[in-house]
Design a protein around this ligand. Structure first.
Ligand SMILES: O[C@@H]1[C@@H](O)[C@H](O[C@@H]2CO[C@@H](O[C@@H]3CO[C@@H](O)[C@H](O)[C@H]3O)[C@H](O)[C@H]2O)OC[C@H]1O
Length: 477
C-alpha cells in the first residue's frame, strides 16, 4: 500500500483506482469548542480558568483524561462498522508550541494524535490532519481560539504568526512523512482573509515548506471565507501538485435560523445545489479535486426543544439526505461535522445521564438560553436584549459603512448580537464553568472526563443510518 494521491478530480490509490473519502471530523477533541465539548468562550480561556481554580496539575490531569477518553478503539471500531473510511483530525497549535516558548516543539502534542491516527489505521480509516487553530487565529470565530472576531486579525497582519505556522507544518510533515494512513494535510481551517490574497501567499509558503520535507502526502487547501470562496485563487493551482481543495458546505436549512422549514421543495433543492455549486465553481472550471471538509445540520434536543424535537430533526435529516444525494452524484469525498459532542451535532454524544451532563445541566441550559455559543444559536429568549443594539448601529452607521467583512456571510443583525453574546457575555461565564470543579479530586475528575467515553455515550441513530446507507450506496455505485 502506498499513499493516496490527487489525480485530476479524483483521489486515487497506488493502482490509480478512485478512493472516495467519507467520514467525519473529530471536532471538540484536540481543538475543543464551546458547543461541542460543553463550556463557554474559547479553549484557551477555560484552560486558564480551570488551572486558576483547581491548580495546574489537576487541570492538566482532567484535560489529558478528556483527550484519552474522547476517542478510543471502540470509537474506531464503531466508525468503521458504519462503512466510513476517513476522519478529519482538527488540532490546536497549542498542543505543539507554547506561546511563551515559540518554535520549541512539544513532543507531548503527538501523544494523542499519534494514538488516534494509529487506532484509525488499525480499522482501515484514513485521517486528514487539520490545523484548526493557528497562532494568532486565522479566522473570526471561536474555533480558532484567539478570543476575538477581527478578520484582519493577528495571523494575517503579523508575519511571525505565519512563520510559526510554517515551522509547525515542517515539524508535523517530518513526523508524519511516509504514513500511509494519513490521507493528507489540511494546513489551515477556514481562513478569513479580508484581502483574499494573503491567504494565497501563505498557501504558497506552506506548500513549499511541506514539500521540502514531505513530497508525498496530499494537501487539502480550504477556500477563503470559511472554505467557501476560491474566486481570487486565479492560476495558483498551477504551482501546487497533489493538492485538493476543500469547501465547507453548511446549508442554512440545517440550522435554527433557516428561512423556512425544509420540505424538499424544488426551489429549496435548487438553493441547496446552487450554494454547493458556487463554492466549487473555481475547481470545476479547472478540473480540480474537491473535498467537502465540513457540512451537516445541527439537531434539536429534548431537554431544550421538548415535544418539537422529533419534528425538527426529521426536517434536518431531510436536508442531510438531499445534500448527500447531490454529493453522491458527484462522487464527492466528504467529512461531516461532527463525530462526537454533547448532543447538538454529533454522530455519538455524551449521555444526559453522564457525570459531565449531570453536573453541568443547569449551566448548559443557561448557556443555551443566553445563546452564548454562536453555532446554531436559538436567540429567541434574548433577542429583545440585542435588538436595541442592532437598532442603534443601524441608526448611527450609514449604509455604506455597514458591510464589514465577512459580510455578506455575516449580516449586520447577526454580527452585533453574535459578538456580544459569543465573546462578551461568554467571557463572564468562563469562571462560572470552572467553579463547578472546585473540591474535585482526581477520581471525580476522571469520572467527569469519562463521560466522553464511547461506551458511556448515546448514538444519533437516524444520522448514522443515513450516513451508512450513503457510504454503501457509493461503494456499490
Ligand atoms: O470548527 C467548526 C468550524 O470550522 C465551522 O465554522 C463555521 C462554518 O460556517 C460559517 O458560516 C457559514 C458561512 O457560509 C454560509 O453559507 C453558511 O450558511 C454559514 O453556516 C461560520 O461562520 C463558521 O464559524 O463551524 C462549526 C465549528 O465547530
Amino acid at each position: 500500500m502506498s499513499l493516496l494521491k490527487i489525480s485530476g478530480t479524483k483521489i486515487v490509490d497506488e493502482k490509480g483506482e478512485e478512493v472516495i473519502l467519507r467520514g467525519a471530523g473529530l471536532g471538540g477533541w484536540m481543538n475543543m469548542e464551546n458547543f461541542i465539548s460543553g463550556y463557554p468562550g474559547c479553549e484557551y480561556q477555560i484552560r486558564a480558568a480551570l488551572a486558576e481554580t483547581i491548580g495546574t496539575e489537576k487541570s492538566e490531569f482532567f484535560f489529558d483524561k478528556f483527550l484519552e477518553y474522547f476517542f478510543q478503539e471502540s470509537d474506531a471500531k464503531f466508525f468503521s462498522s458504519l462503512g466510513l473510511n476517513c476522519i478529519r483530525l482538527p488540532f490546536n497549535y497549542r498542543h505543539f508550541e507554547d506561546d511563551m516558548n515559540p518554535r520549541v516543539l512539544k513532543q507531548s502534542g503527538f501523544k494523542h494524535l499519534d494514538r488516534v491516527i494509529d487506532l484509525c489505521a488499525q480499522y482501515n480509516i484514513y485521517t486528514i490532519l487539520d490545523l484548526h487553530t493557528a497562532p494568532g487565529g486565522q479566522n473570526t470565530d471561536w474555533h480558532s481560539d484567539h478570543g476575538g472576531h477581527i478578520a484582519n486579525c493577528k495571523f494575517w497582519n503579523h508575519k511571525d504568526f505565519q512563520d510559526r505556522t510554517i515551522w509547525l507544518w515542517e515539524e508535523l510533515a517530518a513526523h508524519y512523512k511516509g504514513n500511509k494512513w494519513i490521507a493528507g494535510y489540511n494546513p489551515l481551517n477556514e481562513p478569513t482573509d479580508p484581502y483574499h490574497i494573503r491567504v494565497i501567499a501563505f498557501y504558497d509558503r506552506v506548500y513549499t515548506a511541506i514539500r521540502a520535507v514531505d513530497s508525498e502526502h496530499a494537501i487539502f487547501f480550504d477556500g477563503n471565507t470559511f472554505a467557501s470562496d476560491f474566486s481570487h485563487f486565479g492560476n495558483s493551482h498551477k504551482k501546487w501538485e497533489n493538492t485538493a481543495y476543500s469547501i465547507h458546505d453548511y446549508s442554512t436549512f440545517g440550522f435554527p435560523a433557516a428561512p423556512e422549514d425544509y420540505i424538499g421543495a424544488e426551489s429549496q433543492q435548487r438553493r441547496l445545489r446552487r450554494s454547493y455549486e458556487k463554492k466549487r465553481e473555481w475547481m470545476d472550471a479547472r478540473g480540480l479535486c474537491v473535498w467537502n471538509g465540513e457540512w451537516g445540520p445541527v439537531y434539536a434536543r429534548q431537554q431544550y426543544e421538548g415535544e418539537a424535537t422529533e419534528k425538527i430533526n426529521e426536517i434536518r435529516y431531510h436536508v442531510l439526505k438531499d445534500q448527500l444525494s447531490i454529493y453522491n452524484k458527484d462522487r464527492l469525498s466528504w467529512s461531516i461535522w461532527l463525530y462526537k459532542d454533547i448532543g447538538f451535532q454529533g454522530m455519538v454524544y455524551v449521555s444526559t445521564k453522564s457525570a459531565y451532563m449531570t453536573k453541568f445541566a443547569e449551566f448548559l441550559a443557561k448557556k443555551h438560553r443566553l445563546a452564548v455559543d454562536a453555532w446554531g444559536a436559538d436567540i429567541s429568549a434574548v433577542q429583545h436584549v440585542y435588538q436595541p443594539l442592532t437598532n442603534h448601529v443601524l441608526e448611527e452607521i450609514s449604509e455604506q459603512f455597514r458591510d464589514l467583512y465577512p459580510a455578506p456571510v455575516w449580516k449586520l443583525s447577526d454580527r452585533v448580537g453574535r459578538l456580544a453574546r459569543n465573546i462578551l457575555v461568554a467571557e463572564f461565564l468562563v469562571k462560572e464553568w470552572a467553579a463547578h470543579f472546585v473540591g474535585m479530586d482526581e477520581t471525580q475528575l476522571d469520572e467527569l472526563a469519562k463521560s466522553f467515553l464511547y461506551e458511556e455515550c448515546e448514538k444519533r441513530e437516524g444520522l448514522n443510518k443515513i450516513l451508512t446507507d450513503n457510504a454503501t450506496l457509493v461503494k456499490e455505485g
